[in-house]
Design a protein around this ligand. Structure first.
Ligand code: PEP
Length: 249
């Protein structure tokens, strides 16, 4: 485990102005020498991005969006936010291809367009990939992940600004995590797929799905994981800090 691992906090549609204050604890924590290299990224709802950017201004903590519209230019897209607006609000990252966004209509093709638009705005992309329970049961995991990678990255040049997050859909919000040995194999397979596709050695691959301070000791046994995408457990400052503390020892 290295001390520059990623800890991406996905707040989903949770949080309010009051909860931003609780992150002051995390900001203070992130300044402790031992944890200074940890790459902490908060992805709050769109409406809180600006406040988060202000509050984290003098720290190493970065802010990200949870999705973006594919169009680079402004336009009549009610209810949407593009990568340009994210950047203006202070975001440096954007999560794309999250299974909850895929469930509401994001296809691999659309995600591919979103990746291109985000990269044009110099946002770092956290690309989520992973299989559903039924795909896992039908032993389709690798086929699905390969197709997500190939189609989401179509005509996207080898790029260090894309970080991958393996998020088995059956693990998100369920409290269930994969067996460590299986997860180890899966992360290696994904790193290999990216190597084949892009000739990119050591791509950054994170794990996401029910990460908590209770199971982090188990997950961190996989020394080549580059960090974690954390939903529920990132919303309470103490839990989030605990996860980082237990990872970086
Ligand atoms: C997520 O939102 O990407 C996620 C992994 O959520 P949770 O940690 O709550 O399973």
């Amino acid at each position: 485990m290295t001390n520059n691992m990623f800890f991406i906090a996905n707040w989903k549609m949770f949080g309010d102005l009051k909860s931003i204050n609780s992150t002051k604890k995390v900001i203070k924590f992130s300044k402790i020498k031992k944890y200074r290299k940890a790459q902490i990224v908060y992805c709050p709802p769109f409406t809180l991005i600006n406040q988060f950017s202000k509050i984290t201004k003098n720290s190493n903590i970065k802010i990200g969006g949870q999705n973006c519209h594919q169009n680079l230019k402004p336009g009549p897209f009610t209810g949407n936010v593009n990568s340009n607006l994210l950047k203006l609000a202070g975001a440096k990252f954007v999560i794309l291809g999250h299974s909850e966004s895929r469930a509401s209509g994001d296809t691999n093709h659309l995600i591919n367009l979103k990746i291109k638009s985000a990269l044009k705005n110099n946002l770092k992309v956290i690309l989520c990939i992973g299989e559903t329970l039924s795909e896992k049961k039908r032993k389709k995991t690798n086929k699905i992940i390969k197709s997500q990678l190939v189609n989401c990255l179509k005509n996207v040049k080898k790029n260090k600004n894309i970080i991958f997050a393996y998020e088995p859909v059956w693990s998100i919000g369920t409290g269930i995590i994969p067996e460590v040995e299986n997860l180890k194999k899966q992360i290696l397979t994904i790193k290999n797929m990216i190597l084949q596709l892009w000739k990119l050695k050591n791509p950054k691959v994170l794990y996401g799905g029910s990460v908590s301070s209770k199971n982090i000791d188990e997950l961190k046994k996989i020394t080549f994981i580059n960090g974690f995408l954390i939903g529920g457990a990132s919303q309470k400052a103490n839990n989030f800090i605990d996860i980082i503390k237990k990872t970086i020892i």
